[in-house]
Design a protein around this ligand. Structure first.
Ligand code: PEP
Length: 248
């Protein structure tokens, strides 16, 4: 359980609804750090800013190894009368290469497993890579039905999809998002193992309050393929610190 050498790790920055054009300046530090980072061959960084910044960020990162993603998309393949929405083709058109789908903050406002499945299919069709979020509530955890919940989210969300190259599963316990709480290492190791056993050859990352303070604990869980980082990713110093500390 406790060993990690030269393992390929993903660091997905989810800026949520934060940031204006001036926030792009914070990428300078990350770009500088990443150029000389010893493990950069084993590291994939993806920034997922609000849609308003995707194009400018893609231009800024064009000559780097750092990729850009969106935080959500509409399920339709074509243009349509969906006020306020943007589909995956439109996101790709302005530079996105990844998209987060199924985040609990969207599930909470009505996004169903069925819609998630349609979104993933549409995004894969246009060549985006998917960060597919799953996770249980605190109540479900207390009832000890975490595995059942995750199984259902995966089987419905990935229904008729077999693409372990382009879909990354992000295990994000809802009770740990933005709360500072993380699962205990043994529990987290077991859940990640469970997901991997049921879904062969999928990479599984962890998300929920990842920070420079707890990364030394998290990095010891060797079946995790990276992290989805919300709050801490908005601060380049914290984000860099997490990346640096993630390797043993
Ligand atoms: C997230 O938004 O996916 C997330 C994990 O947020 P935080 O790191 O702030 O808990």
């Amino acid at each position: 359980m406790y060993q990690m050498t030269n393992k390929y790790m993903h660091f997905i920055a989810n800026w949520k609804m934060f940031g204006g054009l001036n926030s792009l300046n914070s990428l300078n530090k990350v770009l500088k750090f990443f150029k000389t980072f010893k493990k950069n061959k084993f590291t994939k960084i993806v920034y997922c800013p609000p849609n308003t910044l995707i194009q400018a960020m893609s231009k800024k990162l064009a000559n780097s190894q750092i990729k850009v993603g969106a935080q959500n998309c509409h399920a339709a393949d074509n243009y349509g009368a969906f006020t306020g929405s943007v589909n995956s083709f439109m996101l790709k058109n302005v530079g996105a290469q990844y998209v987060i789908i199924g985040h609990s903050e969207n599930r909470e406002i009505g996004e169903t497993d069925k819609i998630i499945n349609l979104k993933i299919k549409s995004a894969l069709k246009c060549g985006l890579k998917i960060i597919f979020c799953i996770g249980e509530t605190l109540q479900e955890r207390k009832k000890k039905i975490t595995k059942k919940v995750l199984n259902k989210q995966i089987s419905l969300g990935l229904s008729r999809i077999k693409d372990n190259k382009n879909v990354l599963i992000a295990y994000e316990p809802i009770w740990s998002i933005g709360t500072g709480m993380i699962p205990n290492p043994k529990e987290l190791f077991e859940v990640i193992n469970f997901i991997k056993k049921k879904n062969k050859n999928y990479k599984v990352i962890y998300g929920g309050s990842v920070s420079p303070k707890n990364i030394n604990q998290l990095k010891l869980i060797d079946n995790i393929d990276g992290y989805l980082i919300g709050g801490a990713s908005q601060d380049p110093n914290k984000f860099i610190d997490i990346i640096k500390k993630s390797y043993i």
